[in-house]
Design a protein around this ligand. Structure first.
Ligand code: UDP
Length: 311
């Protein structure tokens, strides 16, 4: 089976490639290297292509004769999505549409999409199941919700079968230490806490301690990137066998507050971490915790690396 990994040079895509190394799938990568790193692509055949370049995209997909496409390439920074929504809608929606249209034209009808817990917005109940209402509160989440809607219509009309994986908070690095989270600028909590612990940053800023949570800071469900990669592999096997579209949360069913994470990081690193409390960041829901029953039952997935010590 031949698979194109779009965004394979990025954080989650490159961990997926590591997981593919011990399988027999025939893998190729497409990436524009806007945020990813060619060094992380493990020597797999690589297409340097921007999804906005329809002609180039079309020729790669036509020649590739892929059976399935995994799509990891998107912008992910909530704050930036407010400042520059055009960038987010163009890349995360329009470029994804280009990809889907090429797929349909070339009769590639199996797709795995990196969605996000951001589609739920400020949830009405915790833990959040896949049936929860979709009501994103920021442009980033909106782009993911739009693609999920497009996928429903493309299934009905073109028979394109997809699995949408709604990631909660992706984190961690490959256990061999060869790759990990490498965003520039880094905006994610765990790498920033570790930068503060190691002295690369003076302190960690807490964005708001007046949320309606146990200690006033936001609660998130942190899920190891290799557990996410495993979920993709299981989703791929499910799609191959069943040929039905589905949506799954990928989360750990457990939440930690920002303050709890800092405390645990201090215990693990044995370093004092200085804290600076700032006002809330725009677009942050107070609490996001996954109900992961569906993925556990239907895909037989379970988190292996998502305890905070391993992360
Ligand atoms: N956060 C924080 N300080 C930081 C970065 C993040 O307090 O320097 C908080 C943020 O407000 C959110 C949580 O940590 O509640 C996780 O944020 P992150 O950006 O890692 O992921 P997100 O939940 O936005 O996808």
């Amino acid at each position: 089976m031949k698979i194109l990994v779009v965004g394979g040079a990025g954080y989650i895509g490159s961990h997926m490639l590591k997981r593919f190394q011990s399988t027999n799938y025939n893998i190729e990568i497409l990436d524009n290297l806007s945020t990813g790193f060619k060094d992380n692509t493990l020597g797999y055949p690589f297409h340097n292509c921007d999804l906005a370049d329809k002609n180039h995209l079309h020729s790669i997909i036509q020649n590739g004769k892929y059976n399935l496409i995994m799509h990891f390439a998107s912008y992910i920074n909530v704050e930036e999505s407010y400042i520059n929504p055009q960038k987010y809608y163009e890349n995360n929606v329009t470029n994804t549409e280009n990809l889907l249209n090429c797929m349909v034209q070339n009769k590639i009808l199996n797709f795995i999409f990196s969605s996000s817990a951001a589609v739920y917005g400020e949830p009405d109940s915790i833990p959040i199941s896949e049936e929860h209402t979709i009501k994103p509160v920021n442009p980033y989440g909106q782009t993911k919700a739009i693609v999920e809607d497009i996928l429903k219509d493309y299934d009905t009309t073109y028979g394109l079968k997809s699995i949408c994986l709604r990631y909660f908070n992706a984190c961690g690095a490959h256990l061999d230490g060869s790759i990990g989270e490498q965003h520039n600028p880094e905006t994610h909590l765990i790498p920033l806490i570790l930068q503060a612990a190691s002295g690369r940053m003076e302190n960690i800023c807490i964005y708001g301690d007046d949320y309606p949570t146990k200690d006033g800071t936001c609660i998130r469900d942190y899920i190891h990137v290799m557990d996410i990669a495993e979920a993709h592999l299981l989703a791929l096997e499910f799609l191959k066998e069943k040929q039905i579209s589905e949506i799954f949360n990928i989360g750990n069913n457990e939440g930690f507050s920002v303050k709890e994470l800092i405390k645990i990081a201090q215990e693990i690193t044995q370093k004092k971490i200085k804290v600076n409390v700032l006002k809330r960041r725009k677009g942050d829901p107070a609490q996001l915790i996954a109900n992961n029953k569906k993925i556990t039952h239907l895909l037989n997935w379970s988190a292996q690396y998502s305890d905070l010590k391993t992360i």
